[in-house]
Design a protein around this ligand. Sequence first.
Ligand code: 3HC
Length: 311
Amino acid sequence: EAEAGQNRFDEIIAEDSRIEPRDWMPESYRKSLVRQVSQHAHSEIIGMQPEGNWISRAPSLKRKSILMAKVQDEAGHGLYLYSAAETLGRPREEMYDQLYSGKAKYSSIFNYPARTWADIGAIGWLVDGAAIVNQVPLCRASYGPYGRAMVRICKEESFHQRQGWEILYSLSHGTEAQHQMAQDAVNRFYGPALQMFGPPDGDSPNSQQSMAWKIKRFTNDELRQRFVDMLVPQVEALGLTLPDPELKWNEERGHYDFGDLDWDEFFAVIKGNGPLSRQRLEHYRKARDEGAWVREAAVAYANRQSQEQDQ
Ligand code: 3HC
């Protein structure tokens, strides 16, 4: 039976169609998907913190309502993704517990502080921009529930990127101090945003197998290159610069060359030693502890409703 399952699985992958929750799949495929999808869900949830921190300080009512909507979108993305991971048989509570205990990984980028209002612009433009470049190919991921969740998420991400762009554009064309604030935010977020694509291909243990399974469609370095190529004309339109003296058009390759990133810093951050790693986790734990009574009350209410229905 396993052999027939494996053959059917190989066929589905070869013809570029989709694996669905009830289909047979290799355990290693299931495991790797749970890994990626749950990390992705955790990233959305932890990613609410740097921006949530600015809701009360947004410079106008309009900016505040846009930011609130954006942070709520991230929560929604986290929930779709936890649901997609659940279809692979991993209970949601278990995923929450892994994040709570500090065992789970989430994107490195969310361990950096959002110091100024311009950082909210840089997060939208660079962090959500990187997320789109990484996630558009994931809409075609071979696992159906993941790919379908990604379609909706990408639509919302493009709105997020535009709002970030618009914040930076306004600041860049404002007073000299505002312009400086925008440039400083781009300077700090550029490198960490490029690292969102993951380690260089030579240090990426999962890429090859994930590409063979058609979960990933491009390597980390391919997507990073695509992102840099996309940023150069955009930063010019913003009236800002990217903080990389080695950034240069390479006629032969038809791409921009760019300088090495600080990979020691990256590996330290993903091991839990980022600038705000501890605070992010503490904040998550506190919110989960303080919300426990709400979850208990919701379960008690649901149980009573179903008892009443049974009578
Ligand atoms: N931050 C933290 N960990 C990272 C990382 C990063 N930027 N990049 C890679 N890693 C981890 C991997 O998870 C893997 O760890 P594991 O083996 O313990 O699970 C290890 O480093 C080696 O990396 P690989 O390249 O071998 O791993 P992958 O093949 O899984 O590629 C990835 C990494 C490109 C991030 C891929 O998992 C992916 O595309 N994931 C989906 C996208 C995602 O998770 N995005 C999160 C940020 S965007 C976001 O949250 C939206 C925003 O709106 C808030």
